[in-house]
Design a protein around this ligand. Structure first.
Ligand SMILES: [Fe+2]
Ligand SMILES: [Fe+2]
Length: 296
C-alpha cells in the first residue's frame, strides 16, 4: 500500500501587515507593532513563504497541517488576508489549520480565528453549534485531532493553554478511537516541553499525562520557530513531538530558515511506519531536502 503523506508547516506570520487603525494600536498590539516594524518584518518574508509553499505543492501531499500563527497582531484586516492565503494552500478537506497565540493576540479578536477558519479545522461530524476544539478529521489512515492552545496573554507573554474542557473532550475522543486501527496525529501550536515561562504551554503537564494514558502516534506543533523532535511517553511506546521553523523565516540568530516536514505513513504488518523528510530553503532561496529520518 502506498504511503499516505502529511505535510506540516507552521507560523507563516503573514506579511505585509495591513496598516493598523489607530484604535487598534493599544496595549499589547502597540508593542507588537513596534516589534514588527523594527525587527520581525525583516525576518518573516512573503517571498520566502511563497517559495516554500510552491515546493510543498510539487510534493503533492495527501494532507497539509498548518499549526498556527497565521497572522501577527490579530487585527480585523489580517484575517481575510490569511484566509485568502490559506485557500492557496489547498481546500479545507486537504488542509487543516489550528490557531496560534498570534491568532488570538488580544481579547477583542480572540474568537476571529474560529469564525474565519472554521472550514479548515471543523470535525467531520456535524456537531451541534459552531465548530470547536478538539476536532477530529479522518483522512486516509489518519485521525487528525486539532487542539487550540491560543489564548490572549499579557504584553511580552506568549504562553498557551488547553484548558480542562478541551482536555476532558480529548480524553473521551482518544477513548473512542482506542479500538480503531488509525494513525492518530495531534496538532497543537505550543510545544509540549519548554522551560521558557514566557512562552510555554501552561497546562502541558496535564496534556503529557493524558497522552501517557491514551497515546497518539505523532504530535505536530509550531511556536518555537526551530527544528525540534522530542519524545514523550505513551502507554506502550514513545511518541515523537515534532516542531518546524516558521514557514516565512530567513535564518537569523538561532532561528533556522523556513522549512516544512513531510511524513510518509504506512501500515506494515502490525505496525505503523513513519518516515519524515525535512525540506527547507537555502541562502539562495531555493528549497532542498535537508534530511530524512525514520521515526518508527
Ligand atoms: Fe510564531
Ligand atoms: Fe506562537
Amino acid at each position: 500500500m502506498a504511503a499516505f503523506t502529511l505535510a506540516h508547516l507552521s507560523d507563516p506570520h503573514l506579511s505585509p501587515l495591513p496598516r493598523p487603525r489607530l484604535i487598534e494600536l493599544a496595549g499589547k498590539r502597540a508593542l507588537g507593532y513596534i516589534n514588527w516594524t523594527r525587527n520581525r518584518y525583516k525576518y518573516h518574508r512573503r517571498d520566502v513563504l511563497d517559495v516554500l509553499v510552491s515546493d510543498l505543492h510539487t510534493q503533492t501531499p495527501n494532507q497539509i497541517a498548518v499549526t498556527g500563527d497565521l497572522v501577527n497582531l490579530a487585527m480585523e484586516a489580517e484575517f481575510p488576508l490569511a484566509l485568502a492565503w490559506l485557500k492557496t494552500i489547498g481546500p479545507p478537506d486537504r488542509v487543516t489549520a489550528i490557531p496560534g497565540n498570534h491568532d488570538a493576540y488580544v481579547r477583542q479578536t480572540r474568537l476571529h480565528f474560529a469564525k474565519s477558519f472554521a472550514d479548515y479545522f471543523c470535525g467531520d461530524e456535524n456537531a451541534v453549534g459552531p465548530p470547536s476544539f478538539p476536532s477530529l478529521r479522518r483522512r486516509g489512515p489518519l485521525a487528525l485531532i486539532s487542539l487550540s492552545s491560543a489564548v490572549p496573554t499579557a504584553p511580552f507573554m506568549a504562553t498557551g493553554r488547553i484548558g480542562p474542557e478541551q482536555l476532558a473532550a480529548l480524553e473521551r475522543l482518544l477513548e473512542t478511537l482506542s479500538t480503531e486501527q488509525v494513525f492518530r496525529v495531534l496538532l497543537v501550536h505550543h510545544p509540549l516541553r519548554s522551560t521558557n515561562r514566557m512562552k510555554w504551554l501552561t497546562d502541558a503537564a496535564d496534556l503529557i499525562a493524558l497522552l501517557k494514558r491514551h497515546g497518539v502516534e505523532l504530535i505536530l506543533h509550531g511556536h518555537d520557530h526551530v527544528h525540534s523532535t522530542v519524545w514523550i511517553d505513551g502507554p506502550e511506546r514513545q511518541i515523537p513531538v515534532v516542531g518546524v521553523p516558521s514557514a516565512s523565516s530567513i535564518a537569523h540568530g538561532h532561528y533556522p530558515a523556513a522549512a516544512y516536514n513531510l511524513f510518509a505513513i504506512a501500515r506494515e504488518g502490525n505496525h505503523w511506519r513513519c518516515d519524515m523528510t525535512v525540506r527547507g530553503i537555502n541562502d539562495a532561496l531555493r528549497v532542498r531536502e535537508i534530511r530524512q529520518v525514520r521515526l518508527f
